[in-house]
Structure formats: structure tokens, C-alpha cells
Design a binder for this molecule. Sequence first.
Ligand code: AP5
Length: 224
Amino acid sequence: MKIVLIGPPGAGKGVYAQYFRDKYCIPHISTGDIFREEIAKNTELGRRIRSYVEQGLLVPDEITIDVIRKRLSQPDTVSGFILDGFPRTLNQAKALDEITSIDAAVHLEVSEEIAIRRLSGRVICPVCGRVYNLYYEPKPKIDEQCDYDGAKLVRRKDDEPEVIRQRYRVFYETFTPIINYYKDTNRLIEVNADKPIKEVAPLLERILVENKVLKLKPCRNISP
Ligand code: AP5
């Protein structure tokens, strides 16, 4: 299964990619996660991209496509992967088709109001990386503290209200050509992602099976 998840900030791309990764043992590849890790390690790449990510702007195509080309050349991607946050431009979508064949592009549709509330409640454990939400499940048992290691939960720098608005604007600037690209090549699957995770995850799974995109057997018994 080689799929891309498309959706605005807060659509749940990361949530569903992690669910499929854990249940079907296929890699979850998030350009946002790769960039944040490079920034945290202060690598040369991290220094080149920091200002784009922190301001909610797109990292230039040539850098992003190069990162994905390298990641998709790793042997763990041979039998499938889930791309989260890539492609974000038509150039990236076309480059991806030159690198590998994509079975489907899943568009997670969500209203701006709901997505912004999700993002303003997102908190992350800086030690183990677990993601919680102050307004939705999974909530931390003790306010702003990781259930597993007790670390103080932090917010992503780009989850400040002004940067969220900028990310939204940037997402919709390049959205239509990408959606049309996958529609014109009969690979677009649309899913309403406004509902709770427990409803959207099995719905998405069912749609992928019905479209003969998901043919893998679970490697673990996991519920959303
Ligand atoms: P990236 O990390 O990809 O950010 P994003 O697209 O803005 O995505 P988010 O992580 O905010 O949203 P998501 O849809 O993954 O939601 P999540 O599942 O986490 O990119 C960051 C930056 O990197 C970009 O701004 C750009 O600078 C750069 N970049 C990345 N890719 C690039 C590219 N291809 N080209 C150029 N630049 C690039 O969920 C969010 C919260 O909502 C969580 O708390 C979750 O638990 C909650 N939630 C989700 N779904 C539900 C639900 N159904 N019910 C209740 N809560 C829910």
C-alpha cells in the first residue's frame, strides 16, 4: 500500500498514519517530522529550513523532494508506506510519480473551525514524542504531563494561532492543483475527517479495502 495523506493542518494526517503504521507495520513518512528532527539536531539541513517551518511557510520544493527521494530509497519502503504532508505542491506530486507509483491520495476533509481547535489543544511529550490533546482524546491524565514519563508537555512552535492561520493559507494556495492531479489520474479518495478518531479510522480502513488499496493483513491487533 503506497498512499499519500492530504489535508489541512489538524486534519489528522499524523494520527491516521501512525495508526496504519502500528497496525500494518508499514513506514509512516512525515516531511514535517523529518524537518522538525533536523531542526532539533541543528543539522545543516535543519538550519536551512528552520525559518520556513517556524513561520508556517513551505520549504522549497528542491529540498523537500530530495528529502523524500532519499527516504523512499530505504529498503523498508519497498512493500508500502504512508506519506503524511507530502506532496504539498503540484511539482512535488509529479516528482513523486517519477520516484515511485502511488496507489491512492486520501483527502482528509475537515472544517477549519474544528481543525484549529484540535491544533490549539495539541501538546507533545518532548521525551517520548507521544501526542495528546487538551480538548480531545487522548487527553493527558494529569494536565500538561506525559502519562508515561511525567515530562512536561510542550506545544509545537508552529501551533501558535498566527502561525496556524498562515499554515492554513499556505495549504489552500496549492491545494486545488494537487487534488485535480490525483482526481484526473483516478487516484483520489475523499474522506470526511470531522468526526472523532474512533469513527474516522475504521471508515478510512474500510474505504481503502473497498478500493483495493489496502490488501495487507494486520501485524498487530490495534484499535484506534
Ligand atoms: P506538518 O508537520 O506536516 O504540519 P501540518 O500539515 O500543518 O500538519 P499537522 O501535524 O498540524 O496536522 P495533521 O493533519 O498531521 O494533524 P494531527 O494528526 O497531528 O508540516 C509542518 C511544516 O513543515 C509545514 O508548515 C512546512 O513548513 C514544512 N513542510 C512539511 N511538509 C512539507 C512539504 N511537503 N513541502 C514543503 N514544506 C513542508 O492532529 C492534530 C491534533 O488534532 C492532534 O492533537 C490530534 O490528536 C487531534 N486530532 C486529529 N484528528 C482528530 C479527530 N478526528 N478528533 C479529535 N482530535 C483529532
